[in-house]
Design a binder for this molecule. Structure first.
Ligand code: SF4
Length: 394
């Protein structure tokens, strides 16, 4: 399959817009061995004793929210560290999901894994339980960067984990972070080479973000660590694009690269602004045009679900214009698909040029967007200014 022919999961029934009824499922597992310095996810260390109780609550929440065993095209179990669960708990989670949704025969089922928590038994449980894609959080192969990011695995854990998953999974992804404090362009180049040598079918490369409130942000705010200079970060991103393209990994989203046909189908749902189910601590869902998120407080989540209440926190129903603008921004993240004017009108019921023609023309005139009449896409220079281009659309 070429990227041009790839589609986000299709509409459930004829005539129903894809943002109404989900064809994708996200399930969150919040447990981690240790809290990494940059982490702003709903993740917790030192509470593994709550894992069985959490799975009970998750089962209750999912049984309430999923009626008539809906059919889905993608499933994503993220975290946290799903592979922090032991083999028996993982088996239980996979069986629960299989019981409550039907994955279409060509569907994608991804589980996030941490190189330090994967073993042969867990890999077998995943493969035999229906999972067909693993996303491995490598982040870096440099001991100094892993230390700066406060990761608790070692560089050699990554090839060890790859060796475990290789016989079972054709589709697997590595996550890398560039711009760790103290890192150089040479070290990032080495990270890319070591990642390529492992032969992943997909790579996600994110620039480090200092999220407010994290341990790393506190150190940076106190002047204890220095962020990598902007020009170096720019060069790291440029090198990523060039080197991975040379290695046959196509740049299909701002931070994502894949061999043709190995793009993340689940994430393509997010980038089309289509509907999805979400369950578990801090999980977000987008169903019937309403986006809502669960609480990020583990004990509150458990108590609320156990007492028959919803664990939902903030909820927003997007107006049609707001949803259309958000959809335009998300679609621009897709480098080859971009925003297709016809597809946009079909999904949003609005004309793209009437909605944000002025902003788009400004970015086209500056060379940040390419307009071929049918689609608008980020140009190479626009990639480096994507935030500016996108915020102009909102
Ligand atoms: S392993 Fe991932 S989710 Fe867990 S603390 Fe580290 S970055 Fe956060």
């Amino acid at each position: 399959m070429t990227l041009g022919s790839q589609k986000a999961p299709s509409v459930q029934s004829k005539g129903e817009p894809p943002w109404l009824r989900p064809r994708s499922l996200y399930v969150h597992v919040p447990f981690c061995a240790h809290k990494c310095g940059y982490c702003d996810f709903a993740s917790l260390a030192g509470v593994d004793d709550l894992a069985d109780r959490y799975l009970d609550a998750l089962a209750q929440e999912m049984r309430r929210g999923l009626n008539d065993r809906p059919s889905v095209d993608t499933i994503f179990i993220g975290g946290g560290t799903p592979t922090r669960l032991d083999a028996r708990q993982l088996e239980r989670l996979l069986a629960l999901i299989q019981d409550l949704v039907e994955l279409t025969p060509s569907g994608e089922w991804t589980v996030e894994a941490n190189p330090g928590t994967l073993d042969a038994q867990k890999v077998r449980v995943l493969a035999e339980g229906g999972v067909n894609r693993v996303s491995l959080g490598a982040q870096s192969f440099q001991p100094s960067s892993l230390k700066a990011l406060e990761r608790n695995h070692h560089p050699e854990d990554v090839p060890r984990a790859v060796e475990l998953i290789h016989p079972w999974f054709q589709r697997w992804s590595l996550d890398l972070i560039f711009g760790a404090p103290g890192s150089s362009l040479g070290q990032w180049s080495d990270d890319l080479e070591r990642a390529i040598a492992l032969g992943p079918s997909h790579l996600s490369c994110y620039g480090l973000v200092y999220e407010k409130g994290t341990s790393l942000w506190k150190q940076w705010n106190a002047g204890e660590v220095l962020a990598v200079a902007e020009e170096v970060e720019h060069d790291m991103y440029a090198l990523t694009i060039d080197r991975l393209s040379d290695a046959g990994l196509r740049h299909y989203e701002i931070s994502n690269f894949a061999r043709p046909g190995h793009e993340s189908q689940h994430n393509l749902v997010y980038w089309a602004n289509d509907a999805y189910y979400g369950f578990g601590l801090g999980a977000t869902r987008y169903v019937d045009g309403v986006r809502s998120s669960n609480t990020r407080d583990l004990l509150a989540y458990l108590r609320r679900i156990e007492s028959g209440q919803e664990a939902t926190g903030p909820t927003e129903r997007l107006g049609s214009e707001e949803r259309a603008r958000e959809t335009a921004v998300l679609m621009l993240r897709r480098l080859e698909l971009g925003i297709d004017r016809q597809d946009f009108r079909r999904r949003c019921g609005l004309d793209l040029d009437v909605l944000c023609g002025e902003s788009l023309s400004r970015s086209v005139a500056r060379g940040w967007l390419i307009d071929d009449g049918r689609r608008l896409k980020l140009s190479r220079s626009g990639l480096f200014l994507a935030d500016t281009v996108m915020s102009d659309l909102l």
